[in-house]
Design a protein around this ligand. Structure first.
Ligand code: PEP
Length: 251
């Protein structure tokens, strides 16, 4: 059966020493407390090696926030999936709305990134979600379906390794959370889209996380919904106590 997962997305926050201290604190709190979900932190590229050295990845998984669509070579400033994997990380966020919006990442590039991540044994956390206008004009199910379909060139075996994160763009960093019912409706829609392509078993085994202003105060209600299998957490992942408050929503 699918896993419950809480994953942090640190974005472009913390220096290396600050990030190492935060990772250590999260790892320590997790090691001391019972928790009923997998927990992952996705950190800036610069932090990966140092953070990998101070956490126990049996307790706390580690991921990057992006990787290149290219395998290797003359792409100055890019970081390949192979490089990410060589730090010891096991996950990579792909298709975050900030990457789609500010860096114009498109479906073709995201499929290439996913293929390279999988080739290097990284688990993609693949983000989808509509903008406010699409929520308001009622096209949100179609928009998210189209984003998921970007991966439908993957084999079933490969797709089965993907974690999906539904992050309505209007809820990211805004303090405005989707209601638990809105999240449930979209997660059920995503699962149905996956089932149509890859069958019910793969759809039922795919973890679908909710992201967008998730906090200790709203996590329990969101995670209580049958198709919400955890969260992708931005702002609240930058303090060990608030991140752990969300992890504890599964207790
Ligand atoms: C995110 O960036 O993935 C996110 C969900 O951010 P926040 O929790 O701050 O809304």
């Amino acid at each position: 059966m699918r896993k419950n997962i809480v994953a942090g997305n640190w974005k472009m926050n913390t220096t290396v020493p600050e990030g190492v201290a935060l990772a250590k604190e999260v790892n320590q709190q997790l090691a001391n407390a019972k928790h009923n979900c997998d927990v992952v932190i996705c950190v800036p590229f610069t932090h990966l090696t140092s953070v990998a050295a101070v956490i126990d990845q049996k307790v706390l998984g580690l991921g990057a926030e992006n990787c290149s669509e290219y395998e290797s070579g003359a792409y100055t400033g890019e970081v390949s999936a192979d490089m990410v994997a060589s730090t010891g990380a096991g996950y990579v966020i792909l298709g975050h709305s900030e990457r789609r919006q500010y860096f114009k990442e498109n479906n073709e590039q995201l499929l290439a990134k996913c293929r390279l991540a999988l080739k290097n044994n990284l688990t993609p956390i693949f983000c989808v979600g509509e903008v406010l206008e699409e929520r308001e004009n009622g096209t949100y199910n179609e928009v998210v379906k189209h984003q998921i379909e970007a991966l439908f060139d993957l084999t079933a075996e490969d797709f089965a390794k993907i974690i999906v994160a539904y992050e309505p763009v209007w809820a990211i960093g805004t303090g405005k959370t989707a209601t638990a019912d809105q999240a449930q409706d979209m997660h059920a829609n995503i699962r149905a889209v996956i089932a149509e392509k890859y069958g019910k078993e793969i759809a039922d085994n795919t973890s679908i996380l909710y992201g967008g202003s998730c906090k200790p105060t709203n996590a329990k209600e969101l995670f209580s919904k049958p198709d919400v299998d955890g969260g992708l957490i931005g702002g609240a992942a930058l303090k060990a106590d608030s991140f752990m408050g969300i992890v504890e929503a599964f207790n």
